[in-house]
Design a protein around this ligand. Structure first.
Ligand code: BGC
Length: 354
């Protein structure tokens, strides 16, 4: 029988990627039978296999092959940047100068623009059995962004079933930098028939960022209390689904939830996702100030490994700075600007219990 690693190689590395070359894959395993796989295209997290009742369960969504991976705009498992999420009209002003980015989401720029970091080939700088380090250089002017930046992303799988992602970046000129991973989770298994709506979620966030119909934050920090956005106690995602205007314009949840500073210390549990049958739990810890909870509202019709995905077949928990931060001076340090001489350093951990 073909192993999961062989299957992934066959699916993703047997036909050329964007640059005409084959993708390179890296597989990590731990002592509990958990394994994770990545590829250099987009430094993408392709697979997360956990043993549940003695069977390997794939909890990530992905494309069936490289050709479909290049066509999809779900951003399955990729590192997205230079600026994750949306920048209104792809424009921002910095130090008196106006910048125009590539526009790829109606009138807005999403996940770095036309050729974001998800589409680039990253260098595999180091690789071991439980760690891989990817690096990328993005030149000044890349997709319209100022400053030459160097990025390092380190994925580590430990024996406590934690997949940690460390993000580091430096620049020679101030630039928006907001890096995240765009994995879609379905803890019941990517082919289970269960939906994001069947999962229980807890978010240690007292506020969320309401948006306009183009999903650009209005600027308001709205209290979650007494709204359908209150996940401060664990709640079924489907419970208050599409009950309020702020969700209806987004087709569900597709919003940044703001962590209290003490939650974003990298060690506190900031979010908890529980599988429909409760046999798998995923905890998220992070140093980022917010998390985009996206319930898979645009997934319908995207070809997937196990089937053509339908609405809500998986959900994302993307740790990040505030969407459209570059256009919101009032948001201070949460805007996501990196200056020359500073080190961008963040960590997000996804810990699995099974
Ligand atoms: C955004 C969604 C978008 C999805 C795929 C998410 O991060 O919040 O609005 O559809 O990425 O591009």
């Amino acid at each position: 029988m073909i192993t999961n690693f062989e299957q992934l190689e066959q699916d993703m590395a047997s036909t050329p990627s964007f640059d005409g070359q084959l993708a390179k894959l890296v597989h990590l395993t731990n002592s509990n039978g958990m394994s994770v796989s990545f590829m250099d295209i987009g430094a993408t997290w392709l697979s997360c296999s956990i043993p549940v009742n003695e069977e390997a369960r794939e909890v990530l969504l992905r494309s069936p092959n490289m050709a479909e991976h290049m066509e999809q705009n779900a951003y399955f498992g990729a590192i997205v940047g230079r600026f994750a999420n949306r920048i209104a009209k792809g424009q921002f002003e910095l130090e008196g100068k106006r910048y125009q980015l590539g526009v790829n989401n109606d009138e807005n720029s999403l996940h770095g623009g036309l050729e974001g970091f998800d589409k680039k080939r990253w260098a595999i700088f180091e690789q071991g059995t439980q760690q891989v380090v990817f690096m990328l250089h993005s030149e000044s002017g890349d997709q319209g962004y100022p400053g030459n930046i160097d990025i390092k992303v380190t994925y580590t799988l430990n024996n406590s079933n934690e997949l940690s992602i460390v993000y580091e970046a430096t620049t020679d000129q101030t630039s928006p930098v907001n890096l995240t991973n765009h994995a879609y989770f379905n803890l019941a298994g990517n082919n289970s028939g269960n939906k994001s709506l069947d999962h229980e979620l807890q978010l240690n966030a007292a506020h969320y960022l309401p948006t306009d119909s183009g999903l650009i934050p209005t600027g308001e920090l709205k209290a979650v209390q007494d709204t359908s956005f209150d996940f401060s106690e664990a709640k079924l995602v489907g419970k208050d689904f599409l009950t309020e205007h702020d969700q209806k314009i987004a087709g569900g949840y597709d919003h940044a939830f703001v962590f209290q500073p003490e939650v974003a210390d990298g060690e506190s549990v900031a979010a908890v996702l529980v599988a429909p049958a409760k046999e798998v739990v995923m905890k998220v810890k992070t140093t980022k100030p917010a998390i985009q909870f996206y319930s898979g509202n645009f997934l319908a019709g995207t070809p997937g490994k196990s089937k053509n995905y339908e609405l809500y077949d998986g959900l994302c928990l993307e740790t990040q700075y505030f969407p459209d931060g570059p256009n919101k001076p009032e948001w201070g340090a949460n805007r996501g600007f990196l200056k020359s001489g500073e080190l961008y350093q963040h960590q997000t951990v996804y810990q699995f219990e099974f």
